[in-house]
Design a protein around this ligand. Structure first.
Ligand code: GLY
Length: 359
């Protein structure tokens, strides 16, 4: 029998694992009305599953936005506010955010700001949402061409993580979430790393336990550092170079998924970890092998590196002139706020494109 994990933190309840939706203790009847915010893909593929799992739940309104990072915009936020107004949503109602990372980011912001805050619950439907975006209270929109430029830290009252929705995912979305799962293994969870090492994501047998482990890792971090003043920065491993690569491909009209960019970033930043800390060559090589097994390498060349470096300078984590990284002391142990010289970052990108060996 499946028994989902119930975790209570100071202000959020988490229910994680198979059958989490139907076994959650949420008392929907305490709310006057239930409004679902979703996107057109999730409405088609996941909303029917959701309704099937909660047959007695009466949904009083569905607000459907357009999916995709390019739509995490002020226009869609205004659209949600307009719909909430039209439906006369009040503070005794409940908003259910059903979707991936983009959806829980924007709908969380809409719920938190509408009438100074309507209660909401996140039901993530993608792997990335389950192990990362729906947990930790980051909400927001992209603005003025910058990712997550406007937003707020605000927690849902509950996060229900049910792997049932994974059956609806396309390969690209599996892969994107998998990069974040691997990241938890590398930064804090050696046991998870050992479970995954050498495997393609398609060969992982027990996704239920992997999701429980990875989401619990994230909860453990955000319950100690909700506002990203310290240990939460460890979650940025792979993201400093990864975000620059994501922007580089977006601006060249050839967008890549967040996970693909983070996977490439983790190769470069593992190399930096081997240069700055004591991450051994054999360990670096096993990380590179694992990532190469699951992700194709990007094809940027040495002449693109200066542009990628420029994009990195726009990163939120830049302090003074040097770039700030979260790196690995060893597998399962990350450190944050490590300043790295530009020359070493350039060499890490060269290590990536030239498929160099560790030395
Ligand atoms: N996705 C990184 C964080 O929530 O801090």
């Amino acid at each position: 029998m499946n028994i989902p994990l119930l975790l209570e933190t100071e202000n959020v309840s988490y229910i994680i694992g198979n059958d989490a939706i139907e076994k959650s203790p949420i008392k929907f009847r305490q709310y006057k009305r239930i409004i679902v915010i979703t996107d057109e893909n999730v409405e088609k593929h996941c909303l029917p599953i959701f309704k099937q799992k909660l047959p007695s739940l009466i949904i009083d309104g569905v607000i459907t936005i357009i999916s995709g990072e390019e739509n995490k915009s002020i226009h869609q936020l205004i659209y949600i506010w307009n719909e909430l107004t039209r439906l006369n949503v009040g503070r005794d109602d409940l908003i259910i955010n059903l979707g991936g990372g983009v959806l829980t980011d924007i709908a969380g912001m809409a719920a938190a700001t509408f009438k100074r805050g309507v209660q909401f619950i996140n039901f993530p439907t993608t792997l990335l949402g389950m192990v990362d975006a729906a947990i930790g209270g980051k909400t927001g929109i992209d603005f003025a061409r910058f990712k997550n430029q406007v937003g707020l830290f605000i927690n849902p009252s509950c996060v229900i993580i049910d792997p049932i929705f994974l059956d609806t995912l396309e390969d690209l979305h599996w892969q994107s979430g998998f990069a974040e799962v691997v990241k938890y293994g590398l930064i804090m969870d050696r046991e998870l790393w050992q479970k995954l090492e050498g495997k393609k994501y398609k060969d992982v047998e027990d996704w239920n336990s992997v999701i429980i482990k990875a989401s619990k890792d994230k909860i453990d971090i955000v319950r100690f550092d909700a506002l990203e003043n310290g240990i939460r920065k460890n979650l940025n491993f792979g993201h400093t170079i990864g975000h620059a690569l994501e922007s580089f491909y977006l601006k060249s009209g050839n967008p890549v998924t967040h996970g693909m960019a983070i996977a490439a970033g983790m190769i470069c930043e593992s190399w930096l970890s081997s240069k700055i800390f004591t991450l051994e060559c054999t360990r670096l090589e096993s990380i590179v092998k694992m990532i190469d097994l699951n992700f194709n390498r990007f094809d940027f060349s040495e002449s693109d590196i200066s542009r990628i470096m420029q994009l990195m300078k726009q990163d939120k984590k830049v302090r003074k002139k040097k770039q700030n990284f979260s790196l690995l002391r060893k597998i399962g142990k990350a450190v944050h706020e490590v300043e790295v010289e530009d020359q070493l970052i350039i060499e890490s990108l060269e290590f990536y494109i030239n498929r160099k060996k560790c030395n």
